[in-house]
Structure formats: structure tokens, C-alpha cells
Ligand binder design. Structure first.
Ligand SMILES: [Zn+2]
Length: 260
């Protein structure tokens, strides 16, 4: 009897051991920690490379725009010429003129003669309608417009004395044979206006007040007003894009007069 009990107890024990083992194994499976997916090591943060030395912005040399001897001297509503400035090398170019005899600075006068001769070769007959204008002349002109139609109107079509491109002795108003187009935007439609638009830069002249650049230059479109700046500069400015203005190309302040 006791033997039987011992045997049963033994069997029960064995079963218990087996069951426990099975459960443990099962649990082990169940609780098996999923294989750790190796997370990629964060790549080493690169040593902060030394900040490149900021190249100092060179102070632009503005002297060529403010020195009256320079062919790039600027006269606009933001830059007045020295009081009573008169160019020292004014001369009368040997070309056809209208209204009166006009003078220009020597280099501009020579270039103008060359340009008029070249135009003639193309059967284009240019006429000078204006050249150098003294500060006093400009004052008479400007005051006349003011008396006629007020300051706002005068400022829109003329310069105050001391601010005129014509006082540099490097600017000219050009015309064709038909005077009815003089100082009119319709001059751009004439053969003379078109020839100038295409060729003036070859002789060092640029269209000083291009169409659509009123805010930048401070002046309405004037297809007749050309300004001598030298052949190389004029060609580069012309190539920089259609209707490129002097102020844009050289990054010079322009636009309207500064508030008083
Ligand atoms: Zn003009």
C-alpha cells in the first residue's frame, strides 16, 4: 500500500516537474525579448568647421560718379553737381544743330562727330537739339515750367538747377530731320530714334532715361536724351540688358528728390 502511494507520489512529482518545465519554456518563448534591432549609431557630429572669414565688403569707390572730371559723373535728383560747375573742356562739335549752337565736353563732342558720320553712312541724319546747359540756363528753364504749371509738373519734365545731366557737358538731346518729333516719346518710332537705340552705345552714348525706369532714374522716358560715358562703359551697360539704366547698372541712388 505504501509502495503504491510512493509510486503515485513519484509519478505525480514527475508530472509536476514536466509541467513546470513546459510552462517555463513556454513563458520563456512568450516573453522572449524581441531581438533588438540595432539602431544605427548616430553619425558623429562633424567638428564645427571654422566660420570662413567674412570677406569685407569693399567700400565702393564712388569718386568716379562724383568727380566732375570723370566721364561717369552722375547728376540726378539725389546728386547735385558742385555749385556753379562749368566743365573746363567745352567745345562745339561739328554737326548739324537746331535751335542754337550747343557745346559738349571734348570727348563727348568727338564721339558725337564720329556717331553722326556713321549714321550718315546708314542714311540717318541726326540733329543736336540740346547739349551743355549752364546752371543759370537750367534755372531759367525750370522756373519757366514752374511758373507755367507748378513745381510738380516742372519736376516731372525738367531738372532743378544743379541737378541736370545737361550741366555735365556730357548729355545731349538728339533729333531727326522732322522737328515735329523733337522731345517727344514718338521720336522712338523715327528712323533716327531707332538707329540711336541700336547704335549709340557703339560711340559711347547711353539712353539715360529708359522706358519703365522712372522710379529708378527719377525721370520719365526720354528716347531723345543720350549721355556720353565712354565706349567701353556704354557697350557694357548696353549689353547688361534692355532698358538698363545708369543708376541700376552702377548701383547708384536715384529716384526723386530727397524730402526737404
Ligand atoms: Zn535732355
Amino acid at each position: 500500500m505504501t509502495k503504491k502511494l510512493v509510486m503515485i507520489a513519484g509519478i505525480l512529482c514527475a508530472i509536476l516537474v514536466i509541467l513546470t518545465g513546459t510552462i517555463l519554456i513556454k513563458n520563456d518563448f512568450l516573453h522572449k525579448v524581441p531581438e533588438v534591432v540595432e539602431t544605427p549609431q548616430p553619425t558623429e557630429t562633424p567638428e564645427p568647421t571654422e566660420e570662413p572669414e567674412p570677406t569685407p565688403t569693399p567700400t565702393p569707390d564712388l569718386s568716379r560718379f562724383y568727380d566732375t572730371d570723370s566721364l561717369l559723373v552722375c547728376a540726378n535728383k539725389k546728386h547735385k553737381l558742385p555749385d556753379g560747375y562749368v566743365p573746363a573742356d567745352l567745345t562745339t562739335p561739328d554737326v548739324q544743330m537746331r535751335y542754337e549752337t550747343w557745346q559738349l565736353r571734348q570727348p563727348a563732342a568727338e564721339a558725337m562727330e564720329e556717331m553722326f558720320a556713321a549714321a550718315k553712312e546708314d542714311n540717318i541724319f541726326l540733329v543736336v537739339g540740346s547739349g551743355y546747359r549752364s546752371e543759370a540756363f537750367q534755372k531759367t528753364l525750370y522756373d519757366g515750367y514752374v511758373a507755367q504749371s507748378g513745381v510738380e509738373y516742372a519736376d516731372s519734365i525738367s531738372s532743378r538747377p544743379g541737378y541736370s545731366d545737361h550741366q555735365t557737358g556730357l548729355a545731349t538731346d538728339l533729333c531727326g530731320q522732322d522737328a515735329s518729333y523733337d522731345l517727344s516719346t514718338s521720336f522712338e518710332t523715327t528712323p533716327e530714334g531707332q538707329w540711336l537705340f541700336e547704335h549709340a552705345h557703339e560711340y559711347g552714348f547711353i539712353l539715360r532715361y529708359p522706358n519703365g525706369k522712372e522710379e529708378i532714374t527719377g525721370y520719365s522716358y526720354e528716347p531723345w536724351h543720350y549721355r556720353f560715358i565712354g565706349k567701353e562703359e556704354a557697350a557694357a551697360l548696353y549689353d547688361a540688358g534692355e532698358n538698363m539704366s545708369f543708376e541700376e547698372y552702377y548701383n547708384i541712388e536715384g529716384g526723386d528728390y530727397a524730402e526737404d
